[in-house]
Design a protein around this ligand. Structure first.
Ligand SMILES: Nc1ncnc2c1ncn2[C@@H]1O[C@H](COP(=O)(O)OP(=O)(O)OP(=O)(O)O)[C@@H](O)[C@H]1O
Ligand SMILES: [Mg+2]
Length: 237
Protein backbone atom coordinates (compact mmCIF):
# COMPACT_ATOMS: atom_id res chain seq x y z
CA UNK A 1 0.00 0.00 0.00
CA UNK A 2 1.35 3.38 -0.93
CA UNK A 3 1.85 5.71 2.01
CA UNK A 4 0.24 8.68 0.30
CA UNK A 5 -3.02 6.80 -0.36
CA UNK A 6 -3.83 6.61 3.32
CA UNK A 7 -3.24 10.27 4.09
CA UNK A 8 -6.29 12.46 4.57
CA UNK A 9 -7.40 13.68 1.18
CA UNK A 10 -7.88 17.32 2.12
CA UNK A 11 -4.65 19.28 1.57
CA UNK A 12 -3.32 20.36 4.96
CA UNK A 13 -2.65 23.97 3.98
CA UNK A 14 -1.60 26.00 7.02
CA UNK A 15 -2.90 29.49 7.67
CA UNK A 16 -2.03 31.71 10.61
CA UNK A 17 -3.46 35.20 10.92
CA UNK A 18 -2.61 37.71 13.60
CA UNK A 19 -1.28 35.03 15.92
CA UNK A 20 0.21 36.14 19.23
CA UNK A 21 1.48 33.96 22.07
CA UNK A 22 2.19 35.82 25.26
CA UNK A 23 3.70 34.13 28.30
CA UNK A 24 3.24 35.80 31.65
CA UNK A 25 6.02 35.34 34.15
CA UNK A 26 4.99 37.31 37.24
CA UNK A 27 4.61 40.91 36.08
CA UNK A 28 6.59 40.30 32.94
CA UNK A 29 4.93 39.59 29.62
CA UNK A 30 6.94 37.71 27.03
CA UNK A 31 5.70 38.07 23.48
CA UNK A 32 6.91 34.76 22.04
CA UNK A 33 4.87 35.39 18.88
CA UNK A 34 3.64 38.85 17.84
CA UNK A 35 0.79 39.32 15.40
CA UNK A 36 2.16 36.69 13.09
CA UNK A 37 0.52 36.02 9.72
CA UNK A 38 1.72 33.18 7.58
CA UNK A 39 0.55 30.66 4.97
CA UNK A 40 2.23 27.37 4.16
CA UNK A 41 0.77 25.15 1.44
CA UNK A 42 0.63 21.39 1.39
CA UNK A 43 3.90 19.99 0.04
CA UNK A 44 6.09 23.02 0.77
CA UNK A 45 9.52 22.71 2.34
CA UNK A 46 10.03 25.69 4.64
CA UNK A 47 13.02 26.34 6.87
CA UNK A 48 12.59 28.46 9.98
CA UNK A 49 15.62 30.16 11.42
CA UNK A 50 16.28 32.87 13.95
CA UNK A 51 18.13 33.59 17.17
CA UNK A 52 17.60 31.63 20.38
CA UNK A 53 14.42 32.76 22.10
CA UNK A 54 12.96 34.32 18.94
CA UNK A 55 9.85 32.11 18.99
CA UNK A 56 10.68 29.22 16.63
CA UNK A 57 9.60 26.40 18.94
CA UNK A 58 6.54 28.37 20.01
CA UNK A 59 5.56 28.67 16.35
CA UNK A 60 6.08 24.92 15.85
CA UNK A 61 3.97 24.18 18.92
CA UNK A 62 1.04 26.37 17.92
CA UNK A 63 1.02 24.94 14.38
CA UNK A 64 1.19 21.44 15.85
CA UNK A 65 -1.72 22.10 18.20
CA UNK A 66 0.48 21.59 21.28
CA UNK A 67 0.08 25.18 22.42
CA UNK A 68 -2.74 27.70 22.02
CA UNK A 69 -2.22 31.31 20.97
CA UNK A 70 -3.68 34.17 23.01
CA UNK A 71 -4.83 35.96 19.87
CA UNK A 72 -5.30 35.20 16.21
CA UNK A 73 -6.55 32.38 14.08
CA UNK A 74 -5.02 29.11 12.94
CA UNK A 75 -6.60 26.95 10.26
CA UNK A 76 -5.01 23.77 8.92
CA UNK A 77 -6.68 21.71 6.20
CA UNK A 78 -9.93 23.52 6.88
CA UNK A 79 -9.81 22.83 10.64
CA UNK A 80 -10.15 26.06 12.59
CA UNK A 81 -8.43 25.30 15.90
CA UNK A 82 -10.57 27.75 17.87
CA UNK A 83 -13.74 25.98 16.71
CA UNK A 84 -12.44 22.40 16.83
CA UNK A 85 -13.46 20.03 19.60
CA UNK A 86 -11.01 17.96 21.66
CA UNK A 87 -11.50 14.88 19.51
CA UNK A 88 -10.75 16.78 16.29
CA UNK A 89 -7.67 18.42 17.81
CA UNK A 90 -6.35 15.18 19.19
CA UNK A 91 -6.84 13.47 15.83
CA UNK A 92 -5.06 16.41 14.19
CA UNK A 93 -2.08 16.08 16.55
CA UNK A 94 -1.72 12.35 16.11
CA UNK A 95 -2.58 12.00 12.44
CA UNK A 96 -1.99 15.19 10.46
CA UNK A 97 1.25 16.19 12.19
CA UNK A 98 4.46 14.30 12.84
CA UNK A 99 6.95 15.85 15.25
CA UNK A 100 10.72 15.33 15.26
CA UNK A 101 12.72 16.78 18.17
CA UNK A 102 16.38 17.59 18.73
CA UNK A 103 16.59 15.09 21.60
CA UNK A 104 14.84 12.24 19.69
CA UNK A 105 12.40 11.50 22.60
CA UNK A 106 12.48 7.75 21.95
CA UNK A 107 11.74 4.90 24.33
CA UNK A 108 15.39 4.03 24.96
CA UNK A 109 14.83 0.47 26.16
CA UNK A 110 12.33 -0.50 23.49
CA UNK A 111 13.36 -1.81 20.12
CA UNK A 112 13.41 0.31 16.99
CA UNK A 113 10.28 -1.44 15.69
CA UNK A 114 8.42 -0.97 19.00
CA UNK A 115 9.15 2.76 18.91
CA UNK A 116 7.63 3.09 15.45
CA UNK A 117 4.66 0.88 16.35
CA UNK A 118 3.74 2.97 19.40
CA UNK A 119 1.85 5.83 17.66
CA UNK A 120 0.00 3.23 15.56
CA UNK A 121 -1.04 1.33 18.69
CA UNK A 122 -2.24 4.59 20.26
CA UNK A 123 -4.20 5.41 17.11
CA UNK A 124 -5.90 2.01 17.27
CA UNK A 125 -4.55 0.71 13.97
CA UNK A 126 -5.02 -3.05 13.67
CA UNK A 127 -2.08 -5.36 14.28
CA UNK A 128 -1.43 -6.45 10.73
CA UNK A 129 -1.69 -2.95 9.25
CA UNK A 130 0.49 -1.40 11.94
CA UNK A 131 3.21 -4.01 11.52
CA UNK A 132 3.26 -3.46 7.74
CA UNK A 133 3.24 0.30 8.17
CA UNK A 134 6.02 0.36 10.78
CA UNK A 135 8.21 -1.78 8.53
CA UNK A 136 7.46 0.48 5.58
CA UNK A 137 8.53 3.54 7.59
CA UNK A 138 11.74 1.83 8.73
CA UNK A 139 12.52 0.90 5.16
CA UNK A 140 12.03 4.51 4.04
CA UNK A 141 14.56 5.54 6.71
CA UNK A 142 17.06 2.81 5.76
CA UNK A 143 16.61 1.02 9.08
CA UNK A 144 15.05 -2.31 8.11
CA UNK A 145 18.04 -4.24 9.41
CA UNK A 146 17.82 -2.49 12.81
CA UNK A 147 14.17 -3.28 13.61
CA UNK A 148 14.86 -5.59 16.56
CA UNK A 149 17.75 -3.64 18.05
CA UNK A 150 17.38 -1.68 21.29
CA UNK A 151 17.17 2.02 20.48
CA UNK A 152 19.83 2.95 23.03
CA UNK A 153 22.38 0.87 21.10
CA UNK A 154 22.11 3.09 18.02
CA UNK A 155 24.15 6.10 16.91
CA UNK A 156 22.63 9.59 17.16
CA UNK A 157 21.96 9.70 13.43
CA UNK A 158 20.24 6.31 13.52
CA UNK A 159 18.16 7.36 16.53
CA UNK A 160 17.00 10.46 14.72
CA UNK A 161 15.99 8.34 11.72
CA UNK A 162 13.97 6.13 14.10
CA UNK A 163 12.21 9.24 15.38
CA UNK A 164 11.45 10.31 11.80
CA UNK A 165 10.06 6.83 11.09
CA UNK A 166 7.91 7.19 14.21
CA UNK A 167 6.72 10.66 13.12
CA UNK A 168 5.79 9.15 9.76
CA UNK A 169 3.85 6.20 11.14
CA UNK A 170 0.33 7.69 11.08
CA UNK A 171 0.60 8.98 7.49
CA UNK A 172 1.00 12.66 8.45
CA UNK A 173 0.62 15.42 5.90
CA UNK A 174 3.00 17.70 7.78
CA UNK A 175 6.29 17.01 9.53
CA UNK A 176 7.63 19.60 11.94
CA UNK A 177 11.27 19.06 12.86
CA UNK A 178 12.59 21.30 15.66
CA UNK A 179 16.40 21.39 15.43
CA UNK A 180 16.60 17.75 14.29
CA UNK A 181 20.34 17.99 13.67
CA UNK A 182 21.18 19.89 16.87
CA UNK A 183 22.66 16.82 18.60
CA UNK A 184 24.35 15.37 15.53
CA UNK A 185 27.72 15.75 13.87
CA UNK A 186 27.95 17.17 10.36
CA UNK A 187 27.74 13.86 8.46
CA UNK A 188 24.85 12.45 10.48
CA UNK A 189 23.06 15.80 10.35
CA UNK A 190 23.32 15.87 6.58
CA UNK A 191 22.04 12.32 6.36
CA UNK A 192 19.01 13.15 8.52
CA UNK A 193 18.21 16.22 6.39
CA UNK A 194 18.42 14.06 3.26
CA UNK A 195 15.91 11.62 4.75
CA UNK A 196 13.53 14.43 5.73
CA UNK A 197 13.71 16.14 2.35
CA UNK A 198 13.08 12.82 0.61
CA UNK A 199 9.72 12.60 2.42
CA UNK A 200 8.87 16.08 1.20
CA UNK A 201 9.95 15.36 -2.37
CA UNK A 202 8.57 11.87 -2.82
CA UNK A 203 5.48 11.87 -0.58
CA UNK A 204 4.55 15.57 -0.82
CA UNK A 205 4.66 15.87 2.98
CA UNK A 206 4.94 19.48 4.09
CA UNK A 207 8.30 19.87 5.83
CA UNK A 208 8.76 22.60 8.42
CA UNK A 209 12.37 22.53 9.49
CA UNK A 210 13.62 24.66 12.36
CA UNK A 211 17.35 25.15 12.37
CA UNK A 212 20.14 27.40 13.58
CA UNK A 213 22.33 26.14 10.77
CA UNK A 214 22.38 28.43 7.72
CA UNK A 215 23.67 25.64 5.44
CA UNK A 216 20.72 23.46 6.45
CA UNK A 217 18.21 26.32 6.03
CA UNK A 218 19.58 27.11 2.58
CA UNK A 219 18.46 23.70 1.33
CA UNK A 220 14.85 24.88 1.61
CA UNK A 221 13.16 26.77 -1.25
CA UNK A 222 11.55 29.06 1.32
CA UNK A 223 13.08 30.45 4.49
CA UNK A 224 11.22 32.15 7.31
CA UNK A 225 13.37 34.24 9.57
CA UNK A 226 11.91 34.84 13.01
CA UNK A 227 13.11 37.76 15.04
CA UNK A 228 11.41 38.74 18.26
CA UNK A 229 8.26 36.75 17.53
CA UNK A 230 7.73 38.05 14.05
CA UNK A 231 8.57 36.69 10.67
CA UNK A 232 10.34 37.74 7.51
CA UNK A 233 9.62 35.54 4.55
CA UNK A 234 12.06 35.00 1.74
CA UNK A 235 12.79 32.65 -1.07
CA UNK A 236 16.21 31.10 -0.65
CA UNK A 237 19.00 32.21 -2.94
N1 LIG B 1 6.53 27.80 28.76
C1 LIG B 1 7.07 29.02 28.72
N2 LIG B 1 6.89 29.90 29.73
C2 LIG B 1 7.40 31.14 29.67
N3 LIG B 1 8.13 31.62 28.65
C3 LIG B 1 8.35 30.80 27.62
C4 LIG B 1 7.85 29.46 27.59
N4 LIG B 1 8.22 28.87 26.43
C5 LIG B 1 8.93 29.81 25.77
N5 LIG B 1 9.02 30.95 26.46
C6 LIG B 1 9.69 32.20 26.06
O1 LIG B 1 9.20 32.56 24.78
C7 LIG B 1 10.24 33.04 23.95
C8 LIG B 1 10.34 32.17 22.69
O2 LIG B 1 10.77 30.86 23.07
P1 LIG B 1 10.99 29.69 22.00
O3 LIG B 1 11.24 28.45 22.77
O4 LIG B 1 9.87 29.69 21.05
O5 LIG B 1 12.33 30.19 21.27
P2 LIG B 1 13.23 29.44 20.16
O6 LIG B 1 13.35 30.38 19.01
O7 LIG B 1 12.70 28.09 19.90
O8 LIG B 1 14.64 29.36 20.90
P3 LIG B 1 15.81 28.26 20.78
O9 LIG B 1 16.53 28.55 19.48
O10 LIG B 1 16.68 28.52 21.96
O11 LIG B 1 15.18 26.91 20.82
C9 LIG B 1 11.50 33.03 24.81
O12 LIG B 1 11.67 34.30 25.35
C10 LIG B 1 11.17 32.03 25.89
O13 LIG B 1 11.88 32.30 27.06
MG1 LIG C 1 13.44 26.19 20.20
Amino acid sequence: MSATLTQDLVAADISLSGVSRIYELGDEKIHALRDLTLDIRQGEFVAIKGPSGSGKSTLANVIGGLDTPNEGKIVVGGLDFSKANDKQLSRYRSKTIGFVFQSFNLQAHSTVLENVLLPLVIAGVDRKTRMARAKECLELMGLSDRADQATNKLSGGQRQRVSIARALANWPQIIIADEPTGNLDQANGQNVIEHLTKLNRELNITLILITHDADVANKAPRILEIVDGNVTDRTSA
